[in-house]
Design a protein around this ligand. Structure first.
Ligand SMILES: [Zn+2]
Length: 375
C-alpha cells in the first residue's frame, strides 16, 4: 500500500511541469530588414493568405526573437506593419483547442472544442473556402502536421470530432481545396487519390511544374512531417502552393500553418519551439515579399492559442531562463499581424471570430459575383 502511494506521488510529480525551467542562449544576428510598402486605407484585396503559428503566444515570439538574434533583433513577424490582439476562447470554454479556434476564422462562429465547422448544436457552418469557391476563388492549405489536423480541417470539413481523421481525409478529397500540402499519408487511400488528384510524396516533386487538369495533394509523411533534409519545410511547401494558386481564377485563399510550434509547447521543449518558429518566420519573410510583388494580396498572421504558458523569467549571462507553466493550451490572447490592402482592419483588440469578417470585408465579399473556376 505504501509503495502504491509512493508510485502515485511519483507519477503526479512527474506530470507536474509547472517548475520546469530551461536556459536558452541569447542569439547574435543582425536584423534582416525587409521592404514594407505603403498601402492606403480602404484599398480592397483580391487574394488572402492566412498564416497560422499554432500555439504561438506573445512569449513564443519573444523567446524566438531572443534566441535567434538577441534582445534588439527583429524577426520578420515583428516587421509586419499592423499589429492587433485576438481573444481565443471557444463557445463555452476559456480553454480553446485548435478545432474551435480554426472554426472561428473559417466560419465567423464560436463552437465547442473538438468541433470542426459545426455550430454548438451541430448545424453545418459554411467555411470561407466554400464561400469563396462560389465566387470563383482557388484555395490551398499547407501544414507541417497532417493535412487532416484541426487547423486545416476547419476550412473544408464538418464534424463533431476532430479526431475522425479518415472521415476528414475523405471530406478533403471531396472539398473545393485545389492544393493541400502536409503530412497524413497513412490516412488516405493512395490508389484512389490518383483518380481525382496529382499525388506528390517526395520533397523533390516541389521542383516540378504541374498542369491544372487535377487538384494537387502532397503527403510528405505518414502523420506530421518529421523535420529533416529529406522532408519539405513549411516555407518550401508555402512557396510551391503560391506558385500554383497565383494568377488563377478570381483570386485565391491560402492557409499555411506552422503546426508543430504547438507540439513543442505541449512537450515544453523550448529549443524545438524556436526551431519550428524559425521555419514559420522564414515563411512570413517569403509571404511579405509575395505581397510586395502581388499588391492585391492581404497577408494575416495569427495563432489559435498559446501553448505551454511560456514565461521568460530573467537573464543569466548570455542566456535567458525560461519556465513553462503547463503542458496544455492557455487563454493568453494572441497577436494578429497584417500587411497589404485591408491590413489596417486588423488593429486593436478583436475576437477570433472577427478575423473571419475582417477578411471578407477586405475583399469586399458582399459585392463579389458568383462565378466558377476549377484549376
Ligand atoms: Zn495543441
Amino acid at each position: 500500500m505504501k509503495y502504491i502511494f509512493l508510485i502515485v506521488i511519483l507519477v503526479i510529480s512527474s506530470c507536474d511541469t509547472s517548475k520546469k525551467t530551461e536556459s536558452i542562449s541569447i542569439g547574435k544576428k543582425e536584423t534582416e530588414v525587409i521592404e514594407i510598402k505603403n498601402f492606403s486605407d480602404n484599398l480592397k484585396a483580391k487574394n488572402i493568405i492566412l498564416a497560422i503559428g499554432d500555439g504561438v503566444g506573445p512569449n513564443q515570439i519573444t523567446l524566438s526573437r531572443i534566441a535567434i538574434g538577441g534582445l534588439d533583433h527583429r524577426l520578420f513577424i515583428d516587421q509586419m506593419p499592423y499589429h492587433g490582439t485576438s481573444l481565443t476562447h471557444s463557445h463555452n470554454n476559456a480553454y480553446t483547442d485548435s478545432a474551435a479556434a480554426a472554426t472561428s476564422w473559417s466560419t465567423g462562429h464560436k463552437t465547442k472544442n473538438r468541433y470542426l465547422s459545426l455550430d454548438p448544436d451541430k448545424e453545418v457552418l459554411e467555411t470561407i473556402v466554400e464561400m469563396l469557391h462560389k465566387k470563383g476563388y482557388a484555395s490551398g492549405i499547407v501544414a507541417t502536421s497532417s493535412v487532416t489536423h484541426a487547423t486545416p480541417a476547419a476550412l473544408y470539413a464538418h464534424t463533431d470530432s476532430r479526431y475522425e481523421y479518415k472521415n476528414i481525409a475523405n471530406q478533403l478529397i471531396n472539398s473545393p481545396i485545389d492544393i493541400a500540402l502536409g503530412g497524413g499519408k497513412e490516412l488516405f487511400d493512395l490508389n484512389k487519390i490518383n483518380d481525382t488528384h496529382h499525388l506528390l510524396t517526395a520533397k523533390e516533386s516541389l521542383q516540378l511544374n504541374f498542369d491544372y487538369s487535377k487538384k494537387l495533394i502532397g503527403l510528405f509523411d505518414d502523420d506530421g512531417i518529421e523535420r529533416s533534409n529529406q522532408k519539405p519545410t513549411q516555407r518550401q511547401m508555402t512557396s510551391f502552393a503560391l506558385q500554383h494558386l497565383n494568377n488563377q481564377c478570381n483570386g485565391f485563399f491560402l492557409m499555411t500553418e506552422g503546426s508543430q510550434i504547438d507540439w513543442a509547447g505541449h512537450d515544453n521543449d523550448a529549443n524545438k519551439m524556436v526551431e519550428e518558429f524559425r521555419d514559420f518566420d522564414l515563411t512570413i519573410k517569403d509571404l511579405i515579399k509575395f505581397v510586395n510583388k502581388n499588391s492585391n494580396t492581404l497577408l494575416i498572421v495569427t495563432s489559435d492559442h498559446e501553448t505551454g504558458g511560456l514565461q521568460i523569467l530573467k537573464q543569466d549571462g548570455d542566456k535567458v531562463i525560461i519556465q513553462w507553466g503547463t503542458g496544455r493550451h492557455t487563454s493568453i490572447p494572441v497577436g494578429v499581424q497584417a500587411y497589404g490592402p485591408g491590413a489596417e482592419l486588423f488593429q486593436g483588440l478583436m475576437d477570433n471570430t472577427d478575423i473571419h469578417y475582417k477578411m471578407l470585408e477586405a475583399i469586399d465579399y458582399i459585392n463579389l459575383e458568383n462565378q466558377t473556376c476549377d484549376i
